[in-house]
Write a protein that binds this ligand. Structure first.
Ligand code: SAH
Length: 347
């Protein structure tokens, strides 16, 4: 399988970049400057393995700290869904509208619909859900309530897991919903457990996309659905080996603030899913539908309350806020794509 990774030179600039790997070991530890691949069989390869392990650990730690620090601020201003809203293209939702929260709920509903969960018959089949990268559990509680299902959410952030647990208790959902600190790349669940495997805007944090997809597929039950909604870079055209340097530059800056490793495209996700026995693999580009989101977040941050909360929250939040315009630029210039990729495990 061809892997479409970030340009090798850019891989040096980020402490966390262990490369997204796409199943080919030789692509895992690509030498940043020379593009020469190292294998695990040589002494240098072993060094590379150790370096990759360290940087993966650093990434995990960075993600946990980032969400430990910023989740309270996000919740104060935006509520319990830490994901984009889904809007009709060209709609202009004003700040005073409750439209943004509705748009975030709509994102969940549109994702389910896209994946084929469209009627009561399908809904009834969903008894167990895993929310991979659950934030403070907005999707978990919503899905558990909607389907009357049991839902387990996993996150790297202990602060998020605690807050998600408290919110579930406050909403009398503790018997249905639970949360734990666990790694999406090594999930503490047996094979075939979940009828719905849900990953809402967590895939972009995963340093090894092949392993991520493999875990999602592993924990999915026969007949279960997998839904990945995630930030991607644009698909590369035929013959194109990497993004343009200016495009990569935008992504690199976003990576540093938001604790992201190398990005991949929806095409890459589709290829990864195709390497497993899955059916009904589908993807779509919803970039137009999320366009009003970041401008709205910036407007909120610039209110008095927003600024005060931001300053109180700390450096990670401030850096995050300063990076938001780059998200808008990335979408506008077509390098960032908001992708949904879904499929079903055969019965
Ligand atoms: N899905 C949530 C939160 C999105 S924020 C929502 O829609 O509200 C991204 C989430 O992914 C955070 O909770 C973060 O801890 C989680 N995450 C990132 N990398 C992870 C990993 N390797 N394992 C588990 N969770 C991870």
């Amino acid at each position: 399988m061809e892997a479409t990774l970030a340009s090798p030179s850019s891989l040096t600039s980020l402490p966390f970049r262990t490369n997204a790997s796409f199943g080919s070991p030789s692509l895992l530890f690509r030498s940043p400057l020379s593009s020469v691949s190292m294998t695990t069989t040589t002494a240098r390869g072993n060094v590379a393995v150790a370096a990759a392990a360290t940087s993966t650990e650093a990434l995990r730690k960075g993600i946990a700290e980032f969400y430990n620090e910023t989740s309270g601020l996000w919740e104060d201003i935006w509520g319990d869904h830490m994901h984009h809203g889904f809007y009709d293209p060209d709609s202009s939702v004003q700040l005073s509208d409750s439209g943004h929260r509705e748009a975030q709920i709509r994102m969940i509903e549109e994702s389910l619909r896209f994946a084929g969960v469209t009627d009561e018959e399908e809904e009834k089949k969903i008894k167990k859900v895993v929310d991979v990268g659950c934030g403070i559990g907005g999707s978990s509680r919503y899905l558990a309530s909607k389907f009357g299902a049991e839902c387990i959410g996993i996150t790297l952030s202990p602060v998020q897991a605690k807050r998600a647990t408290d919110l579930a208790a406050a909403q009398s959902l503790s018997h249905k919903v639970s949360f734990q600190v666990a790694d999406a790349l090594d999930q503490p669940f047996e094979d075939g457990k979940f009828d719905l495997v849900w990953s809402m805007e967590s895939g972009e944090h995963m340093p090894d996309k092949a392993k991520f997809v493999k875990e999602l597929v592993r924990v999915g039950a026969p007949g279960g659905r997998i839904i990945i909604v995630t930030w991607c870079h644009r698909n590369l055209s035929t013959g194109e080996k990497a993004l343009q340097p200016w495009e990569q530059n935008i992504l690199d800056k976003i990576c540093k603030t938001f604790y992201l490793p190398a990005w991949c495209s929806t095409d890459d996700y589709v290829k990864l899913l195709q390497s497993h026995s899955l059916q009904d693999i589908k993807c779509a580009d919803w970039s137009e539908n999320v366009a009003p989101f970041w401008p709205a977040v910036i407007r909120t941050a610039l209110t008095w309350n927003g600024l005060v909360s931001l300053l109180r929250s700390g450096m990670k939040s401030i850096k995050g806020a300063l990076t938001m315009p780059l998200m808008i630029e990335g979408y506008k210039k077509g390098v960032i794509k908001f992708g949904i990729i879904t499929c079903q495990k055969p019965l």
